[in-house]
Design a binder for this molecule. Structure first.
Ligand code: SF4
Ligand code: SF4
Length: 200
């Protein structure tokens, strides 16, 4: 039994010289390594509210609700850090690749689990005929930018983009309404677009 004792002595001397292996957390903030996967957080500018992250989350840690605020309809997406397993699927599968990122935040301690979340809100674009949700406004604009000039083949997409640029006003919409089959020149859900395109 000579060898283990020598090994322990070596470890003891090493610990005396190098100090303890453990950090002094919580007395001193712990600095995690660069690759550490901490609490996921939304980037309001990059997120388009598409819900891909919610669909791929294996832990069911992401949910959403659609709420009315004034004359606007809002999609509220929440990541619950107390359910998150920090797998990174949401980040890897994010449509814009930057809408949600795992941060380097190590400390999850809280007195109330209800405080353990991060959320983002996105305005919804509604069908101008039936009022159904089409998609988030930012999502339509993102598609329009990706498609470039090709987006002119889909009035819902390019009108959403023009609306964000502030160049669609009542006059343009009124002129469009006076045209035959003018309903096609509106932001429409799939069902209303089918009706406007196929029915008289
Ligand atoms: S890191 Fe994984 S578990 Fe956590 S929110 Fe993202 S997908 Fe869900
Ligand atoms: S853009 Fe990314 S973070 Fe935002 S809802 Fe879509 S997948 Fe989630």
């Amino acid at each position: 039994m000579k060898y283990p004792k020598l090994r322990e002595l070596k470890e003891a001397i090493k610990a005396l010289i190098m100090g303890p292996y453990t950090s002094s957390f919580p007395f001193k903030p712990h600095v995690p390594p660069k690759q550490f996967r901490g609490r996921p957080k939304y980037d309001d500018k990059e997120c388009i509210g598409c819900l891909a992250c919610e669909n791929v989350c294996p832990a069911g840690a992401i949910d959403h609700e659609e709420i009315k605020r004034g004359d606007k309809q809002i999609r509220h997406i929440t990541t619950h850090h107390d359910q998150c397993i920090f797998c990174g699927h949401c980040q890897v599968n994010c449509t814009t690749e930057k809408g949600i990122m795992l941060s380097n935040e190590f400390d999850l301690a809280t007195f109330d689990r209800k405080d353990s979340f991060h959320d983002v809100e996105k305005e919804l674009a509604l069908c101008e005929c039936c009022g159904e949700v089409v998609a988030c406004q930012d999502h339509l604009v993102w598609i329009s930018k990706r498609l470039g000039s090709l987006s002119f083949s889909n009035p819902t997409i390019y009108l959403a983009h023009l609306k964000q640029l502030g160049v669609v006003d009542e006059n343009i919409q009124a002129a469009a309404e006076a045209m035959s089959r003018g309903d096609r020149m509106k932001i429409l859900c799939v069902e209303c677009r089918r009706k406007a395109s196929l029915e008289k």
